[in-house]
Ligand binder design. Structure first.
Ligand code: UD1
Ligand code: CA
Length: 457
């Protein structure tokens, strides 16, 4: 049975990134480059996927898990040497093997499919995926003869002046007849400017053996962009960002300024939601319909239901139910569950707390390790003092209670339904239903005392 295999090359250190992190583990829109590649390969339905790892092997394996098999290339002797490491897993199989680099994160499975189809039509030994680059510097060049037939690929550093003028580049993606690939790989050498075993040399070898070399030129150079340094990383991010934003807009989301909106891959957003400039949405976030995400908000791993308004706020690992709102300048820390129609105003921080339907927390308040019932009014400047210096303790506040401004609630404490805390109180004891608690020093007025003071305002 003819099989389809893919080899992903990911053993290089990526010296040009000048980073502690291995090149293929740099992220674009929330996902590592090599994961982007593997995800698209998976969509193309392969029988075998083998990733060649070397530098940072453990980290790459940790990142990709058992979605692929691995082979190790101890020394980075070149792309040809890397591919040959997969031989023990693939040699002898009848079928087609695609080779793709872990540093070309923008390819789509549609392009891979087209490449396979073209390859099968041409009955070629190899089909090279090429594109026309506005600036081909750094890429291998596709050298064709007068009839337009591909003769070889020349690397930048080995290219003559004339060859450097060619703007058709090798994208680093190829499909090979599996047997032809491994047979010819044994014939390459490292007599070149970089002293490396180039996979690209296989083309000349197959051509000399009279095999058919095909080249499929894709339309969109951007999709084939290779990332070797931080400049290319930012360019690739821009392309991915535009793709993601375009997708959401096509699905009915309004993005006021897509150039300045940063949404990770795999985020779901409902229709008629409006996203203002400078917003970042990361991780496993989902956002419902008819929401408004205000300028410069950052949302990480959150679930926002429908009709939510977020105004210039920072939200982490939390959930907001329908018609709730937050901000400006507020912060949900992990495990905040904000109920329907809850209003959180400005400078409010909530952590590990549940706030039930209809409760209002208007201004300058910290709530941590707490459960607030329904329809509570929390005044300005209220502090849930949940930490005794060693442990965190809980606070509960019952339905329809009123917490006056500038109160401190010292945990652990239970405040029953329908309680009233007078403003400025420091509450250390439980409060029963329908009681009012007041805990502040009484005011004394001293008549005429102003004139006895040194103050001369
Ligand atoms: C390579 C191609 C070039 C093409 C470009 C497209 C070769 C010789 N050159 O150049 O024609 O235009 O990609 O982006 O193939 N790697 C290993 N082991 C090694 C060397 C590299 O696994 O020993 C991996 C790297 O991690 C990387 C990929 O192979 O993911 C490509 O290597 P890189 O050094 O980036 O090649 P380029 O110079 O970009
Ligand atoms: Ca590269």
């Amino acid at each position: 049975m003819a099989v389809r295999n893919t080899i992903i090359l990911a053993a290089g250190k990526g010296t040009r990134m000048k980073s502690k992190l291995y090149k293929v583990l740099h992220r674009i829109c929330g996902r590592t480059m090599v994961d982007h590649v593997l995800t698209q390969v998976e969509k193309t339905h392969m029988d075998n996927v083998v990733t060649v790892v070397g530098y940072g092997a453990e980290d790459v394996e940790h990142e990709l898990g058992d979605r692929t098999k691995y082979v190790v290339q101890e020394k980075q002797l070149g792309t040809g040497d890397a591919v040959i490491k997969a031989e023990p897993l693939l040699a002898g199989l009848d079928g087609t093997t695609m080779v793709v680099s872990g540093d070309t994160p923008l390819f789509t499975s549609e392009t891979f499919e087209k490449l396979f189809k073209y390859h099968e039509e041409k009955q070629a030994a190899v089909t090279i995926l090429t594109s026309k680059a506005p600036n081909p510097t750094g890429y291998g060049r596709i050298v064709r003869n007068d009839l337009g037939i591909v003769e070889k690929i020349v690397e930048q550093k080995d290219a003559s002046k004339e060859e450097q003028a060619i703007n058709e580049i090798n994208t680093g993606v190829y499909v090979f007849d599996n047997q032809a690939l491994f047979d010819s790989l044994h014939k390459i050498n490292n007599n070149n400017a970089q002293g490396e075993y180039y996979l690209t040399d296989v083309i000349e070898i197959l051509r000399a053996a009279g095999r058919i070399i095909a080249a499929y030129q894709m339309d969109d150079f951007n999709e084939s962009m290779g990332v070797n340094d931080r400049i290319a990383l930012s360019r690739a991010t821009k392309v991915m960002q535009a793709r993601i934003n375009h997708h959401h807009m096509a699905e009915g989301v309004s993005i006021i300024n897509p150039e300045d909106t940063y949404i990770d891959v795999d985020i779901q957003i409902g229709s008629d939601t409006v996203i203002e400039p400078g917003v970042q949405i990361h991780g496993q976030t989902t956002i419902g319909s008819d929401c408004k995400i205000g300028a410069n908000s950052e949302i990480i791993d959150c679930k926002l239901h429908d009709h939510i308004t977020v105004t210039s706020s920072y939200l982490q690992e939390s959930e907001m139910l329908d018609y709730s709102d937050i901000g400006p300048y507020s912060h949900l820390r992990p495990n905040a569950l904000i109920g329907e129609h809850v209003h959180l105003g400005n400078f409010v921080e909530v952590k590990k707390a549940q706030i039930d339907e209809g409760t209002k927390v208007g201004h300058l308040t910290y709530i941590g390790n707490a459960h607030l019932g329904r329809n509570i009014n929390v005044g300005c400047g209220v502090i849930f003092a949940n930490y005794d210096g060693k442990n965190k303790h809980n606070i509960t506040v019952g339905d329809a209670s009123f917490i006056g401004s500038n109160s401190n609630l010292i945990a652990p404490i239970n405040i029953a339904d329908h309680s009233f805390i007078a403003a400025g109180s420091t509450i250390t004891d439980d409060v029963n239903e329908y009681d009012m608690a007041i805990a502040r020093a009484r005011q004394t007025n001293k008549p005429g005392y102003y004139q006895k003071l040194p103050y001369d305002g």
